[in-house]
Write a protein that binds this ligand. Structure first.
Ligand code: ARG
Length: 703
């Protein structure tokens, strides 16, 4: 027994569940028995006195949770960081604990106002004293961690709690002697779990099950090889025994009703200082500015959610509210993250939302050279669909060839520095690549309430039934197609063979014939089935007029491929009068360029199908350049490929019977993409009808 170990406890004279500040307290107001609580507390007190010295702080009326002395503060040696409770219900405890610490010779540090920190409930020393584990996410603010490091001169490892049942670190995490750790991994986010796994070797980690976790098995007091807790399963006891620990169970059910157990009811006041160790904290902070219709468009909510969802924390330092409907707002937000790695991921998301450094904090981008062709430096910045600028030598430079999932490559040209998005395989030695997330900004259009609601592509909003929605989309797409054609713009179509199977071929052919399509992208199949239909009236052997299988029809598509191979290309077959109608026929006759990208399942392939996928991707990108709108018709593969190459600002309409495909493609976080879950043949037929309605009254052209 180590007689120097001391604990601080507070008798439950005034203990009760008087309010609800954690999920355990819900439904338990005034449901605990004072007598039983006293009995359980005394039992715990008795056990601890056998293994350590227990000091007492006087209980006070009106602060029922004062029994949970773990939340008084965090001590190391003779220094204490006093708690700053998040909830006002517990703030009244602060002066009582402060007084006790002062009377007992501790140096008390107090955190700035509005920076919550809940003491040893949220900060646990490694039992060997090597570092401090500090929780955040519910009660304690991440920004308090650097203060702990500074005042206690110790390394702080920040862990984010994500399950509200385990709102304090000590409810799901208990460092034990000899470097063991008792904990409940699902209570932490994945980054925190990695931090834990990096510090505690696998054979020292004792991960507990949910039933043990909800019995507060982690809320244990460890003295040497004894672990005192409310309750443990036989399995857990056996595992602890294997690690050399003996479990002492003592029921604390009355305190569970308030969300606490053994560890919460105690504060270890003798935590020895290890002189050779010093402060170290990986928490980083950065101040960013966000401008726009922050409230109207929900941008500020999105930004703040994104920070916390990604494991960071924020403080809004300044908010200038645009008072008129048209005026924009501006917020300066301090972002904190537990490490540089997490900071990078948060900032890269915020950059996508248009956040920038404050003018006085602007710094140049960080660059690293390409040293192996086709390979970026680690930590390269991954480009997005949004127009991007980077800061070089104090000046903002626009990035060309904007696309997602690329790297930003910098080249010196005789006329100056050029920055371009490049896919990894195209990176060349001699170029530099933007790394980290500094000196990068994206230019986002500010959408006001009006713009969002009056935009032609605005029917994403809920409350539209799916049939009416299809009609609305069709009306608006038709309108757009007309505008683009009349303005000499560019529409690209990606299409899968389903277009032909569902009878949409003739409508797509008509769209092409009437000049609404400037490029067609697809695979081998759309062309084969289209030509099969043109030459034989079937699609994969099914008669398209009667809807029945034609005898021997399953060989039709191979015959078609064979014929095309004989002629050498689709264009030559058209020229020879072999193909007289259909989508491919119209492309060839109207000089609309197309690219067919091959795949492993292709029969043939057609002579036109590009089986070198790198070449096919390059050709797709070339055909997409300058597109105003892309119609994606039932082809998941080609549509996703196209989506990845396309910068923001290009309208995308994705039609597929499979909602998953539509969601994937239309969810680009911009009003420019829209998805329709419907039969593509039906969609195309409605679209043609609508276009004719638009055309006939004005031009008198009836097709
Ligand atoms: N009702 C108290 C609260 O919600 C319980 C505190 C438990 N203490 C602890 N260290 N986990 O604050």
């Amino acid at each position: 027994m180590d007689s120097r170990i001391r604990f601080l406890m507070c008798a439950p004279d005034h203990y009760d569940v008087d309010y609800v500040i954690n999920p355990w307290m819900e439904g338990n107001i005034h449901k605990s028995s004072r007598d039983r609580a006293v009995e359980q507390w005394e039992q715990l007190h008795h056990i601890l006195k056998e293994h350590a010295i227990v000091d007492l702080v006087s209980p006070h009326k009106g602060v029922p949770d004062m029994v949970f002395t773990a939340n008084a503060g965090l001590l190391l040696g003779k220094t204490v960081v006093l708690s700053r409770f998040l909830h006002k219900e517990r703030q009244a405890e602060e002066p009582y604990f402060k007084q006790w610490f002062e009377e007992n010779g501790y140096t008390v540090h107090e955190l700035p106002k509005d920076l919550p920190f809940e003491g040893a409930g949220d900060a646990l020393l490694d039992r060997e004293g090597r570092w401090l584990w500090a929780g955040y996410g519910f009660r304690t603010e991440l920004d308090s961690h650097p203060y702990l490091a500074k005042w206690l001169d110790i390394e702080v490892l920040s862990l984010r709690l994500i399950d509200e049942r385990f709102y304090h670190l000590d409810t799901c995490f208990c460092p034990l002697k000899d470097g063991y750790l008792l904990y409940y991994p699902p209570a932490f986010d994945s980054y925190s779990n990695r931090v834990i796994e990096m510090r505690v070797p696998a054979h020292k980690r004792i991960a507990i099950s949910e039933p043990d976790a909800v019995n507060f098995a982690c809320n244990a007091v460890n003295v040497d090889h004894i672990v005192v807790m409310n309750k443990a399963s036989e399995e857990l006891k056996a595992r602890l025994a294997d690690a050399g620990f003996r479990v002492l169970e003592t029921p604390l059910t009355e305190f569970l009703k308030a969300g606490g157990a053994a560890k919460c009811l105690t504060l270890r006041v003798t935590e020895p200082v290890r002189e050779e160790l010093h402060a170290n904290v990986s928490v980083e902070s950065r101040v960013l500015r966000i401008q726009g219709h922050l409230l109207d468009s929900g941008l500020i909510n999105r930004a703040l959610d994104l920070i916390t969802d990604n494991g960071g924390s924020f403080q809004v330092l300044d908010f200038q509210l645009g008072e008129q409907r048209q005026s924009t707002s501006q917020a300066d937000v301090k972002v904190s993250a537990p490490s540089h790695e997490v900071m990078e991921s948060i900032i890269s998301h915020l950059i996508d939302l248009g956040a920038v450094d404050l003018p006085q904090d602007e710094r140049d981008v960080k660059l690293e050279p390409v040293i192996q062709p086709g390979v970026a430096p680690d930590d390269f910045y991954v480009s997005t669909i949004y127009p991007t600028e980077i800061r070089i030598n104090g000046k903002w430079l626009k990035v060309q060839n904007q696309r997602m999932d690329g790297a930003i490559a910098i080249t010196q040209t005789p006329t100056g520095v050029v920055a371009r998005c490049k896919i990894l395989r195209d990176l060349e030695v001699g170029e530099s690549v933007v790394v980290d997330v500094q000196g990068i900004r994206t230019i986002r259009k500010t959408e006001s309430r009006e713009q969002r609601n009056s935009q032609e592509f605005s029917f994403m909003s809920a409350g539209v039934s799916s049939e009416r929605r299809v009609e609305l989309v069709v009306e608006q797409v038709a309108w757009e197609l007309r505008k683009i054609r009349d303005a000499g713009g560019k529409v690209a179509v990606t299409a899968g063979p389903v277009v032909i199977h569902t009878g949409g071929g003739e409508h797509l052919a008509q769209l092409i014939r009437e000049g609404y399509v400037q490029a067609l992208l697809g695979g081998n199949a759309i062309a084969v089935h289209d030509i099969e239909q043109a030459m034989m009236g079937t699609s994969l052997g099914v008669d398209m007029k009667r809807g029945v299988a034609v005898r021997g029809g399953h060989r039709h598509h191979l015959k078609v491929i064979n014929t095309m191979r004989r002629y050498g290309s689709i264009a030559k077959a058209v020229e020879a009068g072999i193909i007289k109608s259909g989508v491919m026929y119209e492309c060839v006759s109207n000089g609309v360029p197309f690219c067919l990208a091959g795949s492993i399942r292709d029969d043939g392939p057609l002579p036109d199908t590009e089986m070198d996928l790198i070449k096919a991707q390059t050709e797709y990108a070339r055909l997409l350049k300058g597109a105003d709108m892309i119609l994606m018709l039932s082809s998941m593969l080609h549509s996703i490929g196209v989506g990845n190459m396309t910068p923001a600002g290009v309208k995308m309409v994705c039609v597929d019977i499979n909602p998953a495909v539509v969601t994937k493609l239309s969810d680009r976080g911009s009003i420019e993409s829209v998805g329709v879950v419907t039969d593509v043949g039906l969609f195309l037929s409605l679209l043609m009808q609508q276009l004719q309605k638009l055309t006939s009254p004005y031009i008198g052209k009836v097709v």
